[in-house]
Design a protein around this ligand. Structure first.
Ligand SMILES: C[S@@+](CC[C@H](N)C(=O)[O-])C[C@H]1O[C@@H](n2cnc3c(N)ncnc32)[C@H](O)[C@@H]1O
Length: 250
């Protein structure tokens, strides 16, 4: 495993244990400034109540489930499912005829997600171990790929987007919340492992994100910046974004 990916895995193993005592955006409860980066809960209180879960379980930066506009019976994959909140919310929406998969590389996150699923009594969701660069699902397996604040953590974002394209059925859609670079970050920040695992240093500009989507084969990509989240002494900035794209029908 690469140095960055191993650092990410180690960080999120710790975060998974801390989630029992309160959540946070991307870097989790110990991530300084996590709460200050505009990470208020984007979830509807009634959806959380129905599952008996807390919005603090989210380490995300948006609401990809809402962005995906899921329909009953659909099959969904969540890339980097963490504590499982988006998977469980998506499972509510696709109903008993549908199914939601969550893939994550961190054992502690998978344990937490499985506990949350059992506690919420959800039966149409499955969490499995794997990387988002090599998803253990066959081609054309799902209608929708969602992800929340994870793709920025991957060193090879093109590989992740290509995997999303591969596992989608023709006509399937990608709905992602992620962090993007809004103003170039100082080189020193770009090389900090800590800033990388905190969803800052691994961000790329919106144009680069769109190019990766188009090169993977997606059509009609839309990237909407939803908030500026951090500014480094006026010389760099990152923000949250909603990313949407479709796999062509043929
Ligand atoms: C910032 S957290 C987001 C978790 C969840 N999506 C949420 O919104 O709460 C990132 C998650 O992605 C997982 N992750 C990061 N890089 C990954 C990779 N390359 N392959 C699989 N999982 C990864 C981490 O283990 C962690 O659970």
């Amino acid at each position: 495993m690469g140095e960055v990916r191993e650092a990410v895995r180690q960080r999120y193993a710790v975060v998974a244990r801390q989630l029992a005592v309160g959540g946070g955006c991307c870097g989790g409860p110990s991530q300084q400034g996590g709460g200050g980066r505009g990470c208020g809960s984007p979830y509807r209180a009634e959806d959380l109540t129905e599952l008996g879960l807390d919005g603090g379980l989210s380490l995300g930066c948006g609401n990809p489930v809402q962005l995906a506009e899921l329909k009953p019976g659909e099959t969904v994959l969540d890339l980097g499912s963490g504590g499982g909140l988006d998977v469980l919310l998506a499972a509510q929406q696709v109903g008993p005829e549908g199914h939601v998969y969550g893939v994550d590389m961190t054992d502690e996150m998978l344990e937490l997600a499985n506990r949350n699923r059992d506690r919420a009594g959800v039966t149409n969701a499955t969490f499995f171990k794997g990387t988002i660069e090599q998803v253990p699902l066959p081609d054309g397996a799902v209608d929708v790929v969602i992800s929340n604040c994870v793709i920025n953590l991957a060193e090879d974002k093109a590989a992740v987007i290509q995997e999303a394209f591969r596992v989608l059925k023709p006509g399937g859609r990608l709905a992602v919340s992620d962090m993007v670079e809004l103003q170039p970050l100082p080189e020193t920040v770009k090389h900090e492992l800590d800033a990388h695992v905190g969803c800052i240093a691994g961000t790329i500009p919106v144009d680069a994100y769109r190019r990766i989507l188009v090169e993977a084969g997606f059509e009609a990509p839309e990237i909407r910046v939803t908030g500026m989240e951090a500014v480094f002494g006026g010389s760099g900035a990152v923000g949250s974004a909603a990313v949407w794209a479709r796999k062509p029908v043929d």
